[in-house]
Design a binder for this molecule. Structure first.
Ligand SMILES: C[S@@+](CC[C@H](N)C(=O)[O-])C[C@H]1O[C@@H](n2cnc3c(N)ncnc32)[C@H](O)[C@@H]1O
Length: 357
């Protein structure tokens, strides 16, 4: 490379580093830069998610931790580790910043008080754990690459690192890049932490969102859905071929009809006007008339049941197809006697078109 080329290369590298969100200087700044120990010394014996989302977290952990008697680390633990009693753990270690919460966490066999943002090295020997869990906490880490590398070091080869998050946070302690990202961008961010640490296989992603909020939840009256759950996980490189299940295939999210029954119901929609997936009555829906859409009919019949398995499962299916942030409702076109789907970005979409007829 001659001098001119070298200078050009240097300028390009510098400019791409400047654009690299992980390297940008203040990506991991926080609104409250005071000592984390002060913020977390207040006991918080609360749940950070609604009960349905919490049961999803527990099920994900139960599905993915497949070792018979695993040694588990709950990284950034509080008083509840969301580990089902059906997991016969040999040892569960908690690491966090509140002694009262850690000491009252019943599943922990031992715990460590340790500030990851002051010292990202983890106080455990190499190849110690079968699984490291991090639940609703990755947003508070200011040196994620160091931490992910450390998790790689303390996991056994083939061990699982499971990072689960939602969309709620302590705003003042979350890093800037997390606060400024959308929910789908945060998935990419965590995938980047895995990839750039160089310690893991290709991370997998599981999304559970759009389920109705439990009726007894304190925010149920607001009409918002259950807290979304995002799981990004990978095994430490160097292990045997993975035996962990593909969550998107094994997940007991919904009771699916057998294919024959579904086809019978679809064929009968013109008479029943019921959703073949959930059996709820379809509502007449007037298509938006504007210059940007070209519908050749005036109305369809749409399933507006927010718990319809077709819709609930749709968030995950669309995510897998690269259409993150979308699901779809079942729709029936009476002009063509045709079953179809209409994409939606949220549960409120399309509702303005519901006809009174
Ligand atoms: C939102 S709570 C989540 C607790 C728990 N994982 C759960 O699912 O309920 C965040 C947790 O991260 C821990 N934490 C926050 N900052 C930390 C730090 N700098 N070092 C270690 N732990 C930290 C706190 O102790 C707190 O328990």
């Amino acid at each position: 490379m001659n001098e001119g080329q070298a200078a050009k290369h240097k300028a390009m590298t510098e400019s791409s580093s400047r654009r690299d969100f992980l390297l940008a200087e203040d990506s991991f700044s926080r609104l409250d830069e005071s000592d984390d120990a002060i913020f977390y010394e207040t006991d918080r014996f609360v749940q950070h998610l609604d009960s349905l989302a919490l049961s999803t977290v527990e099920e994900i952990i139960q599905e993915l931790v497949i070792e018979e008697t695993p040694v588990i680390l709950d990284l950034m633990a509080g008083w509840d580790s969301h580990i089902s009693s059906s997991i016969q753990a040999q040892r569960v270690v908690g690491l966090g910043l509140n002694r009262n919460e850690l000491s009252r966490n019943e599943i922990l066999t031992d715990w460590v008080y340790h500030d990851l943002n002051k010292d990202p090295s983890l106080p455990f020997p190499d190849n110690t754990f079968d699984a490291v869990l991090n639940v609703v906490s990755v947003d508070y880490i200011i040196r994620p690459l160091d931490i992910f590398r450390e998790v790689g070091r303390i996991l056994k080869p083939g061990g699982l690192f499971l990072v689960i998050f939602s969309n709620r946070m302590f705003e003042q302690k979350a890093v800037k890049i997390w606060r400024q990202s959308g929910e789908e961008e945060r998935i990419v961010l965590v995938e980047e932490f895995f990839n750039r640490s160089g310690m893991f296989g290709i991370p997998d992603v599981f999304v559970s969102k759009g389920k109705p909020r439990p009726k007894d939840d304190k925010y149920a009256h607001l009409g918002v859905p259950s807290d979304p759950i995002y799981a990004v996980y990978a095994e430490k490189s160097g292990g045997e071929a993975s035996k962990r299940p593909d969550l998107s295939l094994s997940w007991p999210l919904t009771d699916f009809l057998d294919q024959g029954e579904l086809e019978r119901r679809k064929a009968a929609v013109k008479d029943t006007l019921r959703c073949p997936h959930c059996n709820h009555g379809l509502l007449k829906w007037e298509l938006p008339q504007n210059p940007f859409t070209e519908w050749d009919m005036e109305f369809m019949f749409v399933c507006f049941n927010d718990t319809c398995p077709y819709l609930v499962r749709g968030w995950e299916v669309m995510h897998r197809q690269g259409n993150t942030g979308l699901s779809y409702r079942f729709a029936y076109n009476p002009d063509r006697d045709h079953c179809m789907s209409v994409p939606i970005p949220n549960l409120d979409a399309l509702r303005e078109g519901i006809s009174d007829d």
